[in-house]
Write a protein that binds this ligand. Structure first.
Ligand SMILES: [Zn+2]
Length: 569
């Protein structure tokens, strides 16, 4: 044991957590339950996902706000960016989460106190170290190229060394389920040696993600029985009450189900990632696991009230990773409580619970009514209420709106993807049209020429608009027709409506729709516009891309002014 480590150990816990907030490990073990997030380590293995140190610090804060018990920050020593992250994370005040460092056991055939990777784990200065160890004898021989006995010594030495330096140690038993199937006594001996050496949690990992819930139930049950029998026998080398944990990958589509199966069989520590990020098909989605545990089993795993911030957390993390949150994600997805069928809407108007398995507010999500050609009067009424437009009781108006939506969708509009366009339609039909100017005409021209070997295309638009008695004609230029039109509208109206400067065109999608009338296919454009408070989407349909885009663009700006409560001038 080297003394330079000992010196720094006294004040190694830089995270200032008040006693009041101390949670899981201070409770007695019989009611302990750990929610352990590995978004920053295992989640970061996802194809296309790259996190900077600053991104990781932002996600750490979001997870701490949510109230998870542990956040695995990365692999110090192995990844330079992670070493830097741990050094910067020392200054972060955490209220709920304990930051953990991840690393592996010492190398084969070397002394643990001379192992640079183990030393980097201590230098990370975390209260908890999660140590990955091989639990499959075939992996020990083929991947680690050492003997099963030396692997056990590596686990024992490394756990004991970290514990001697004041660390709490969690053991990730890699390939545990496959290893247990191939050689149960060896897989168990890895857990036993870790527990005897001082590991606090033994995490059974389905590293290849190939298990089904039945496999997990059987293995966790057997492991638990074996470890309990050790304790009861009080034999030398028995496990002194280490807890069981679970770490699942989603290769069979069962990561969440497998995690729940393990909990049923006695695991009290669940690992996963926000939004299920991870290599291949991802890890167990921790947001789903948390909501299932709290709402279905009544098991409180977050601080009181925190579940209602789950949707916000999932979306905020997606903003940081720049990997769009899956709209169909359970509980937190944008579509998780979206209803389109008219029949559902009629029932929901009577009683919310008829077509919802839980109350969306419980996880901070919202019920959304999607108005479409499938909508009936009830959908329109509920959607209008959601938008703050009072149509209650006006049967004739509701009938007109339903008819107009059906007619528009028949020619290609899609209001379920364009709430803002629906609201403009609704206000129009309700006798309060949103009109900021009249359009006299517009045109756009795109040219292409080759300059210095590169193609440079430019578009130029001319719009003629009227506001009150004033007529304004403006020219706009852009990289494409939509940009040129956007810029022309802004220069025509910019002095009358300076609020337009706050609006930004953020997304533009076009789809050519099949037409039943032979050659005359139509184009649908969806334009997303944003201000500092959020974004909205509008739809346009036309004979070509430019016509469809003009409508969606113009409506996006109209809606943006409406949102800012601008009155027509
Ligand atoms: Zn993993």
């Amino acid at each position: 044991m080297s003394s330079d480590h000992d010196r720094s150990d006294h004040d190694r816990f830089d995270h200032d957590r008040s006693d009041h907030d101390r949670s899981d490990h201070d409770r007695s073990d019989h009611d302990r339950f750990d929610v352990y997030d590995t978004t920053l380590r295992d989640g970061a293995q996802q194809e296309g996902l790259a996190l900077s140190v600053r991104d990781k610090l932002a996600i750490l804060s979001l997870l701490d706000d949510l109230g998870v018990g542990y956040v695995e920050g990365g692999w110090p020593g192995a990844i330079p960016k992670d070493t830097e992250f741990f050094s910067q994370a020392r200054g972060v005040r955490l209220r709920h989460a304990v930051l953990t460092a991840f690393g592996s056991t010492r190398r084969a055939g070397s002394a643990v106190d001379a192992d640079p990777q183990v030393r980097a784990l201590l230098d990370a200065g975390t209260e908890v170290v999660t140590l990955v160890a091989k639990a499959h004898s075939r992996h020990v021989e083929l991947a680690l190229r050492t003997t099963p006995a030396e692997n056990l010594a590596m686990v024992a030495d490394t756990v004991a060394h970290l514990v001697a330096h004041g660390r709490r140690v969690f053991l990730d038993a890699e390939h545990f389920f496959d290893g247990y199937a191939a050689d149960p006594s060896y897989a168990l001996s890895v857990l036993r040696v870790a527990a005897v050496s001082g590991a606090e949690v033994l995490v059974l990992c389905d590293t290849n993600g190939g298990m089904l819930p039945d496999d997990v139930t059987a293995t966790v049950t057997a492991v638990r029985a074996a470890l309990d029998a050790d304790s009861a026998a009080g034999a030398a080398g028995s496990s002194p009450g280490a807890l069981l944990g679970i770490h699942c990958h989603n290769d069979t589509g069962c990561a969440v189900a497998n995690t729940l199966a393990a909990v049923r069989a006695g695991a009290v520590h669940v690992q996963g990632t926000v939004n299920g990020y991870g290599e291949r098909t991802g890890n167990a989605d921790l947001t789903t696991v948390i909501a299932d545990l709290e709402l279905k089993w009544g098991r409180r795993v977050l601080p009181v009230g925190a579940l209602a911030t789950l949707t916000h957390t999932a979306h905020a993390v997606a903003e940081v990773t720049a990997m769009a949150a899956h709209p169909r994600a359970p509980y937190v997805g944008a579509s998780a409580f979206a209803h389109k069928a008219g029949l559902h809407a009629s029932a929901i108007r009577v009683d919310d619970s008829l077509y919802q398995h839980v109350e969306p507010a419980a996880v901070g999500n919202d019920r959304r009514m999607l108005v479409s050609e499938m909508a009936g009067r009830a959908s329109v009424e509920l959607k209008a209420a959601e938008l703050g437009v009072d149509v209650a009781g006006d049967h004739e108006l509701i009938g007109r709106v339903v008819a107009r939506v059906k007619a528009a969708e028949a020619v290609g509009y899609a209001y379920d993807a364009a709430d803002a366009s629906f609201e403009l339609l609704l206000r129009d039909e309700a006798g309060a049209p949103v009109t900021y100017c009249d359009v006299e005409s517009w045109q756009v021209h795109t040219s292409s020429h080759t300059a210095g070997g590169a193609d440079t295309g430019k578009s130029e638009a001319i719009v003629k608009l009227r506001t009150g008695d004033a007529r304004s004609v403006a020219v706009g230029e852009g990289n494409g027709p939509v940009n040129a039109l956007d810029s022309a509208i802004r220069s025509a109206l910019g002095t009358v409506y300076p609020e337009l400067a706050k609006l930004e065109l953020i997304d533009f999608r076009v789809r050519i729709l099949d037409s039943s009338h032979g050659t005359d296919a139509v184009t649908r454009a969806l334009v997303s516009t944003a201000d500092e408070r959020g974004s909205w989407t509008t739809v346009g349909v036309g004979a070509n891309v430019v016509e469809a885009s003009w409508e969606a663009l113009f409506d996006g700006l109209r809606y943006g002014l409406l949102r800012q409560h601008v009155s027509p001038r």
